[in-house]
Design a protein around this ligand. Structure first.
Ligand SMILES: [Zn+2]
Length: 445
């Protein structure tokens, strides 16, 4: 690790994002207690998501509890009379940042928004512009399925902002988006409930995604997230992979806070983390430290040759457990090692081949213990999606003929008739219909 980007002068920072502070209980633990606990867990940054306080929870309960209020709100008929609201008062967010951040811990505000039938985003550096649930799907329930809607009913009209419209607005204010739980879906009362990132492919193809992609979360080795990410990489598009907690801090404390990220920052701040994510320098982990380098190049870098000597280093692992370390090249395992009886492991591999390479470590004795690096690229630089400059004018791909049908193919679960027998959370890459999107977007809108 010799170049500046991977130099030891940088400060290693453990961070986690995507959370909900007061999800259900108005008597939940206050934010300051969480800050203390998260620091004890070794985190240097945590993204605190809405509802942030008992008052936020009361407000969202009031507004979400009434269909009529929700609808009025979403048509902006009520919202305009409500400003200024404490919801979006930048002062209170700044007060928290000042009060709870220390020299070792960054308090940051997050908000999972939009949450619509077409997918969810969360943020590093979300900026309050509307109420936190402004971009929640009004006509479908919080799980994006209308209670009582019969299978086969046409979906209610979509009147919300599309993900890329929220991205455009937030990015202009300095936020970095993350596409949440991209393949997540399940059954509820016989209905397909979708949290699937249904707009991801057209967002990427029109150069408007600009965000990171969740590749670790709910499971340490989420093979369907990985399948999606690996295929996007094979298409030449690089979204920096990150881990998410999706923790409801008042319900099962930190059950998911185990999924976090490690990155070395030059600047110990939210902006500093954003800069590293844009460069692709991030490792997803539940605890083990994992790093991969090729000469002076590391995750996110482009090595000009089509190969070279890889160094792989694991530490913070348990001698009493056995691990499987793999080098994955262009989506396939190029080489792997069994690690036993070690608290640290270093190895070398002479790599040959253009494309991208990541290292993955799986604890074979614990189901929720793994680490995964971002890729080093060999010879061919990828299209960098994370932090990309957005097109000057918004590309409203959803108005193209057939575009929303392709979104609903995922969102309504129609894909299951082409890929039957899949388990919740599983979506094959083919169901994202990359080639169909390419063809659709090549026609004039
Ligand atoms: Zn979500």
């Amino acid at each position: 690790m010799t170049n500046e980007a991977h130099s030891p002068r940088r400060r290693p920072l453990a961070w986690a994002g995507h959370s909900h502070v007061f999800r259900k209980s108005p008597r939940a633990i206050p934010i300051e207690a969480h800050c203390e606990m998260l620091q004890k867990l070794g985190l240097n940054y945590f993204g605190f998501g809405h509802p942030w306080s008992a008052q936020d929870l009361a407000l969202i309960s009031e507004w979400e509890g009434s269909e009529e209020k929700k609808r009025l709100y979403h048509f902006d008929q009520v919202w305009r009379t409500m400003e200024p609201s404490f919801w979006t008062d930048p002062g209170r967010f700044q007060d928290w940042r000042t009060k709870y951040s220390t020299s070792d811990f960054i308090f940051e505000v997050d908000c999972e928004t939009p949450k619509t039938r077409f997918g969810h985003l969360w943020w590093l550096g979300w900026q309050p512009e509307y109420a936190p649930w402004h971009d929640y799907d009004a006509y479908w329930s919080q799980w994006e399925v209308s209670e009582g809607r019969r299978q086969g009913d046409p979906p209610p009209l979509f009147t919300m902002r599309m993900q890329v419209q929220v991205i455009r607005s937030q990015v202009a204010q300095g936020a970095l988006p993350v596409y949440a739980h991209p393949t997540s879906w399940w059954w509820q009362d016989g209905q397909h409930v979708s949290n699937i990132a249904s707009t991801l492919v057209p967002d990427i193809l029109t150069g408007q995604a600009a965000g990171c992609l969740v590749v670790m979360g709910y499971e340490a080795t989420h093979r369907h997230y990985q399948e999606l990410w690996f295929n996007l990489l094979n298409k030449g598009y690089f979204m920096t992979g990150v881990a998410e907690t999706d923790a409801c801090l008042d319900m099962v404390p930190f059950e998911r806070a185990v999924f976090h990220n490690r990155t070395s920052v030059a600047d110990f701040s939210t902006r500093g983390i954003q800069a590293e994510l844009i460069a692709g320098r991030n490792v997803m982990t539940t605890g083990p430290h994992l790093q991969i380098t090729c000469d002076q190049f590391g995750p996110g870098d482009v090595c000009p040759a089509a190969g070279g000597p890889l160094k792989i280093m694991c530490s913070n692992i348990r001698p009493e457990h056995s691990y499987r370390l793999a080098i994955i090249h262009n989506g396939r395992i190029a080489r792997d090692w069994e690690i036993q009886g070690a608290s640290e492991f270093r190895t070398y591999h002479i790599h040959d081949g253009e494309g991208w390479t990541v290292a993955r470590l799986i604890n074979e004795c614990l189901p929720h213990d793994a680490a995964l690096t971002n890729p080093i690229f060999f010879k061919n630089p990828p299209v960098r999606v994370t932090g990309q400059k957005l097109p000057e004018d918004e590309i409203t791909w959803w108005n193209y003929p057939g575009a929303l049908d392709l979104c609903y193919y995922l969102a309504k679960g129609d894909w299951l008739s082409d890929f039957p027998g899949r388990e919740p959370g599983e979506i094959p890459w083919e169901a994202f219909r990359w080639d169909d999107w390419v063809a659709l977007l090549s026609k004039p809108g």
